[in-house]
Design a protein around this ligand. Structure first.
Ligand code: SAM
Length: 277
Protein backbone atom coordinates (compact mmCIF):
# COMPACT_ATOMS: atom_id res chain seq x y z
CA UNK A 1 0.00 0.00 0.00
CA UNK A 2 1.60 3.30 -1.05
CA UNK A 3 1.73 6.17 1.39
CA UNK A 4 -0.93 8.80 0.70
CA UNK A 5 0.27 12.42 0.89
CA UNK A 6 -1.76 15.61 0.63
CA UNK A 7 0.31 18.38 -0.96
CA UNK A 8 -0.86 21.73 0.41
CA UNK A 9 0.46 24.56 -1.74
CA UNK A 10 0.57 27.76 0.35
CA UNK A 11 2.40 30.17 -1.95
CA UNK A 12 4.05 29.96 -5.35
CA UNK A 13 7.25 28.96 -3.57
CA UNK A 14 6.11 27.11 -0.44
CA UNK A 15 4.07 24.02 0.21
CA UNK A 16 3.83 21.23 2.74
CA UNK A 17 2.89 17.58 2.56
CA UNK A 18 0.57 15.87 5.04
CA UNK A 19 0.55 12.09 5.28
CA UNK A 20 -3.10 11.10 5.25
CA UNK A 21 -4.64 7.78 6.21
CA UNK A 22 -8.10 8.29 4.73
CA UNK A 23 -10.14 10.73 2.68
CA UNK A 24 -13.41 10.81 4.61
CA UNK A 25 -15.37 13.23 2.45
CA UNK A 26 -14.98 15.51 -0.52
CA UNK A 27 -17.49 17.75 -2.27
CA UNK A 28 -17.83 20.92 -4.27
CA UNK A 29 -20.14 23.25 -2.36
CA UNK A 30 -21.74 26.27 -4.08
CA UNK A 31 -18.77 28.28 -2.78
CA UNK A 32 -15.65 26.11 -2.50
CA UNK A 33 -14.06 22.68 -2.60
CA UNK A 34 -14.55 21.02 0.78
CA UNK A 35 -12.67 17.95 2.01
CA UNK A 36 -12.30 16.07 5.28
CA UNK A 37 -9.26 13.82 5.71
CA UNK A 38 -7.69 11.80 8.51
CA UNK A 39 -4.02 12.81 8.83
CA UNK A 40 -1.38 10.51 10.33
CA UNK A 41 -0.15 13.01 12.90
CA UNK A 42 -2.76 15.77 13.35
CA UNK A 43 -6.03 13.88 13.48
CA UNK A 44 -8.95 14.77 11.30
CA UNK A 45 -8.56 17.92 9.15
CA UNK A 46 -11.00 20.19 7.28
CA UNK A 47 -9.79 21.65 4.00
CA UNK A 48 -11.37 24.40 1.91
CA UNK A 49 -10.02 24.94 -1.58
CA UNK A 50 -7.07 22.73 -0.67
CA UNK A 51 -6.06 24.74 2.42
CA UNK A 52 -6.16 23.29 5.94
CA UNK A 53 -8.72 25.23 8.03
CA UNK A 54 -8.65 23.17 11.22
CA UNK A 55 -7.13 19.96 12.53
CA UNK A 56 -8.34 18.11 15.60
CA UNK A 57 -4.94 18.40 17.30
CA UNK A 58 -4.22 22.12 17.04
CA UNK A 59 -7.54 23.91 16.38
CA UNK A 60 -7.63 24.97 20.06
CA UNK A 61 -4.76 27.42 19.52
CA UNK A 62 -6.43 29.46 16.80
CA UNK A 63 -9.95 29.30 18.26
CA UNK A 64 -8.91 30.28 21.80
CA UNK A 65 -6.74 33.14 20.55
CA UNK A 66 -9.19 34.64 18.05
CA UNK A 67 -12.00 34.52 20.64
CA UNK A 68 -10.81 35.28 24.20
CA UNK A 69 -8.57 38.30 23.58
CA UNK A 70 -11.53 40.53 22.58
CA UNK A 71 -13.97 38.87 25.00
CA UNK A 72 -11.56 39.44 27.93
CA UNK A 73 -10.54 42.97 27.04
CA UNK A 74 -14.16 44.15 26.76
CA UNK A 75 -15.80 44.58 30.19
CA UNK A 76 -19.27 43.43 29.18
CA UNK A 77 -19.37 41.47 25.88
CA UNK A 78 -23.06 40.66 25.67
CA UNK A 79 -23.74 40.80 21.91
CA UNK A 80 -21.22 39.22 19.55
CA UNK A 81 -21.11 38.72 15.77
CA UNK A 82 -19.06 36.02 14.04
CA UNK A 83 -18.39 36.39 10.32
CA UNK A 84 -17.38 33.02 8.86
CA UNK A 85 -16.36 30.46 11.44
CA UNK A 86 -18.44 27.67 9.90
CA UNK A 87 -16.57 24.91 11.72
CA UNK A 88 -18.00 26.18 15.02
CA UNK A 89 -14.72 26.53 16.94
CA UNK A 90 -15.09 30.27 17.61
CA UNK A 91 -18.74 29.76 18.61
CA UNK A 92 -17.68 27.07 21.09
CA UNK A 93 -15.16 29.41 22.71
CA UNK A 94 -17.54 32.39 22.85
CA UNK A 95 -20.27 30.31 24.51
CA UNK A 96 -17.97 29.77 27.53
CA UNK A 97 -18.47 33.43 28.45
CA UNK A 98 -21.23 33.92 31.05
CA UNK A 99 -21.95 37.48 29.94
CA UNK A 100 -22.65 36.45 26.36
CA UNK A 101 -26.34 36.97 25.68
CA UNK A 102 -26.59 36.81 21.86
CA UNK A 103 -24.20 35.51 19.21
CA UNK A 104 -25.10 36.09 15.55
CA UNK A 105 -23.09 33.88 13.21
CA UNK A 106 -22.99 34.66 9.48
CA UNK A 107 -21.48 31.80 7.47
CA UNK A 108 -21.90 31.88 3.70
CA UNK A 109 -21.64 28.11 3.22
CA UNK A 110 -24.10 25.85 5.06
CA UNK A 111 -22.12 22.80 3.92
CA UNK A 112 -19.21 23.82 6.15
CA UNK A 113 -21.50 23.79 9.21
CA UNK A 114 -23.16 20.52 8.20
CA UNK A 115 -19.84 18.75 7.58
CA UNK A 116 -18.31 20.12 10.77
CA UNK A 117 -21.24 18.81 12.80
CA UNK A 118 -20.80 15.41 11.14
CA UNK A 119 -17.00 15.05 11.20
CA UNK A 120 -15.84 17.45 14.00
CA UNK A 121 -18.42 17.14 16.80
CA UNK A 122 -15.96 18.44 19.43
CA UNK A 123 -15.46 21.62 17.39
CA UNK A 124 -19.10 22.00 16.38
CA UNK A 125 -20.32 21.43 19.96
CA UNK A 126 -22.09 24.77 20.49
CA UNK A 127 -24.47 24.98 17.53
CA UNK A 128 -27.31 23.98 19.87
CA UNK A 129 -26.61 26.91 22.24
CA UNK A 130 -29.85 28.90 22.66
CA UNK A 131 -27.96 32.20 22.36
CA UNK A 132 -27.04 31.47 18.72
CA UNK A 133 -28.69 32.99 15.67
CA UNK A 134 -27.21 31.30 12.58
CA UNK A 135 -27.45 33.01 9.18
CA UNK A 136 -26.31 31.35 5.96
CA UNK A 137 -25.49 34.60 4.16
CA UNK A 138 -22.61 36.61 2.79
CA UNK A 139 -21.05 38.52 5.66
CA UNK A 140 -20.37 41.45 3.35
CA UNK A 141 -24.09 42.03 2.80
CA UNK A 142 -25.11 41.20 6.37
CA UNK A 143 -22.98 43.96 7.92
CA UNK A 144 -24.49 46.54 5.56
CA UNK A 145 -28.07 45.74 6.53
CA UNK A 146 -28.03 44.61 10.16
CA UNK A 147 -29.77 47.06 12.54
CA UNK A 148 -28.53 45.74 15.89
CA UNK A 149 -25.20 46.82 17.37
CA UNK A 150 -22.52 44.50 18.76
CA UNK A 151 -19.94 44.65 21.53
CA UNK A 152 -17.53 42.30 19.72
CA UNK A 153 -17.16 41.14 16.12
CA UNK A 154 -14.91 38.19 15.22
CA UNK A 155 -14.02 37.71 11.55
CA UNK A 156 -12.99 34.08 11.23
CA UNK A 157 -12.57 33.98 7.48
CA UNK A 158 -10.47 31.76 5.30
CA UNK A 159 -7.62 33.21 3.25
CA UNK A 160 -8.57 36.14 1.01
CA UNK A 161 -9.76 33.97 -1.86
CA UNK A 162 -13.19 33.40 -3.37
CA UNK A 163 -16.03 34.73 -1.19
CA UNK A 164 -13.55 35.88 1.49
CA UNK A 165 -11.63 38.41 -0.63
CA UNK A 166 -13.69 41.45 0.36
CA UNK A 167 -13.60 40.46 4.04
CA UNK A 168 -10.12 42.00 4.04
CA UNK A 169 -11.23 45.38 2.60
CA UNK A 170 -11.39 48.83 4.21
CA UNK A 171 -15.03 49.11 3.16
CA UNK A 172 -15.90 45.98 5.11
CA UNK A 173 -13.97 47.20 8.18
CA UNK A 174 -15.85 50.52 7.98
CA UNK A 175 -19.09 48.57 7.98
CA UNK A 176 -17.87 46.65 11.05
CA UNK A 177 -17.08 49.94 12.79
CA UNK A 178 -20.62 51.14 12.11
CA UNK A 179 -22.29 48.07 13.64
CA UNK A 180 -20.14 48.09 16.78
CA UNK A 181 -21.26 49.91 19.94
CA UNK A 182 -19.22 52.97 20.91
CA UNK A 183 -16.90 50.75 22.99
CA UNK A 184 -16.86 47.79 20.59
CA UNK A 185 -13.93 45.65 19.47
CA UNK A 186 -13.41 43.78 16.20
CA UNK A 187 -10.83 41.01 15.72
CA UNK A 188 -9.87 39.56 12.34
CA UNK A 189 -7.53 36.74 11.43
CA UNK A 190 -4.87 38.64 9.50
CA UNK A 191 -2.78 35.85 7.98
CA UNK A 192 0.93 35.05 8.27
CA UNK A 193 3.14 38.17 8.57
CA UNK A 194 5.87 36.14 6.87
CA UNK A 195 4.25 34.27 4.00
CA UNK A 196 1.30 36.63 3.37
CA UNK A 197 3.05 39.87 4.26
CA UNK A 198 1.10 42.04 1.81
CA UNK A 199 -2.26 40.93 3.20
CA UNK A 200 -1.00 41.29 6.77
CA UNK A 201 0.21 44.85 6.18
CA UNK A 202 -2.84 45.94 4.18
CA UNK A 203 -5.22 44.50 6.78
CA UNK A 204 -3.48 46.51 9.49
CA UNK A 205 -3.52 49.63 7.32
CA UNK A 206 -7.23 49.26 6.48
CA UNK A 207 -8.17 48.75 10.13
CA UNK A 208 -5.98 51.68 11.18
CA UNK A 209 -7.89 53.89 8.72
CA UNK A 210 -11.11 53.04 10.54
CA UNK A 211 -10.36 52.33 14.23
CA UNK A 212 -8.61 54.61 16.73
CA UNK A 213 -6.85 51.67 18.36
CA UNK A 214 -5.35 48.83 16.27
CA UNK A 215 -3.24 46.08 17.76
CA UNK A 216 -1.62 42.95 16.30
CA UNK A 217 -1.10 39.79 18.29
CA UNK A 218 0.45 36.47 17.37
CA UNK A 219 0.12 32.75 17.96
CA UNK A 220 1.93 29.88 16.24
CA UNK A 221 -0.52 27.50 14.54
CA UNK A 222 1.52 24.40 13.64
CA UNK A 223 -0.75 23.29 10.79
CA UNK A 224 -0.87 26.70 9.11
CA UNK A 225 2.13 28.06 7.24
CA UNK A 226 5.24 27.92 9.45
CA UNK A 227 6.01 30.71 11.91
CA UNK A 228 3.59 33.08 13.63
CA UNK A 229 -0.06 33.51 12.64
CA UNK A 230 -1.48 36.98 13.20
CA UNK A 231 -4.70 38.44 14.51
CA UNK A 232 -5.48 42.16 14.31
CA UNK A 233 -7.85 43.91 16.71
CA UNK A 234 -9.60 47.19 15.93
CA UNK A 235 -11.00 48.88 19.04
CA UNK A 236 -13.18 51.97 19.54
CA UNK A 237 -12.32 52.46 23.22
CA UNK A 238 -10.57 49.66 25.14
CA UNK A 239 -6.95 48.55 24.87
CA UNK A 240 -7.09 44.98 23.46
CA UNK A 241 -3.81 44.07 25.19
CA UNK A 242 -5.33 45.03 28.54
CA UNK A 243 -7.41 42.50 30.47
CA UNK A 244 -10.75 43.93 31.64
CA UNK A 245 -11.19 44.07 35.42
CA UNK A 246 -13.84 41.37 35.37
CA UNK A 247 -12.25 39.17 32.70
CA UNK A 248 -13.00 35.47 32.76
CA UNK A 249 -10.55 32.64 33.52
CA UNK A 250 -11.22 29.21 32.03
CA UNK A 251 -9.09 26.52 33.66
CA UNK A 252 -9.66 24.00 30.88
CA UNK A 253 -8.24 26.07 28.05
CA UNK A 254 -5.05 24.71 26.51
CA UNK A 255 -3.44 27.82 25.03
CA UNK A 256 -4.96 31.07 26.28
CA UNK A 257 -4.61 32.49 29.78
CA UNK A 258 -4.06 35.98 31.17
CA UNK A 259 -0.26 35.74 30.76
CA UNK A 260 -0.60 34.65 27.13
CA UNK A 261 -3.11 37.47 26.63
CA UNK A 262 -0.44 40.06 27.35
CA UNK A 263 2.51 38.21 25.82
CA UNK A 264 0.78 37.68 22.47
CA UNK A 265 0.99 41.42 21.77
CA UNK A 266 4.81 41.47 22.14
CA UNK A 267 5.81 41.63 18.48
CA UNK A 268 9.30 40.78 17.20
CA UNK A 269 10.96 43.82 15.63
CA UNK A 270 10.77 42.54 12.04
CA UNK A 271 6.98 42.24 12.32
CA UNK A 272 6.53 45.48 14.22
CA UNK A 273 8.57 47.28 11.56
CA UNK A 274 6.16 46.06 8.88
CA UNK A 275 3.26 47.92 10.48
CA UNK A 276 4.96 50.98 11.87
CA UNK A 277 7.03 52.18 8.94
N1 SAM B 1 -9.65 29.25 10.84
C1 SAM B 1 -9.69 29.20 9.39
C2 SAM B 1 -8.57 30.01 8.80
O1 SAM B 1 -7.97 30.81 9.51
O2 SAM B 1 -8.32 29.82 7.60
C3 SAM B 1 -11.01 29.70 8.89
C4 SAM B 1 -12.16 28.93 9.46
S1 SAM B 1 -13.71 28.99 8.75
C5 SAM B 1 -13.75 27.42 8.01
C6 SAM B 1 -13.68 30.14 7.42
C7 SAM B 1 -15.11 30.30 6.92
O3 SAM B 1 -15.32 31.56 6.27
C8 SAM B 1 -15.54 29.24 5.90
O4 SAM B 1 -16.51 28.40 6.47
C9 SAM B 1 -16.11 30.05 4.73
O5 SAM B 1 -17.24 29.45 4.13
C10 SAM B 1 -16.45 31.35 5.42
N2 SAM B 1 -16.59 32.51 4.52
C11 SAM B 1 -15.79 32.86 3.48
N3 SAM B 1 -16.24 34.00 2.90
C12 SAM B 1 -17.35 34.38 3.59
C13 SAM B 1 -18.26 35.47 3.48
N4 SAM B 1 -18.11 36.42 2.53
N5 SAM B 1 -19.29 35.57 4.38
C14 SAM B 1 -19.44 34.62 5.35
N6 SAM B 1 -18.61 33.54 5.50
C15 SAM B 1 -17.58 33.44 4.63
Amino acid sequence: MHDLWLHEKNTEGYGVKWRITEVLHSEKTPYQELAVVDTLEWGRALLLDGAIQITEKDEFIYHEMISHIAMNSHPNPQRVLIIGGGDGGVLRELCRHRRLQVVDMVEIDARVVENSKRFFPAVASAFSDSRLNLYFEDGLAFVKNVQDKYDVVIVDSCDPVGPAVELFSETFYRDLYNILNDDGIAVVQSESPVFYQQTFVSTHSHLASVFPIVRVYLAPVPTYVSGPWSFTAGSKKYEPAQLAENHENFADLKYYDKNVHSAAFALPKYINNLITK
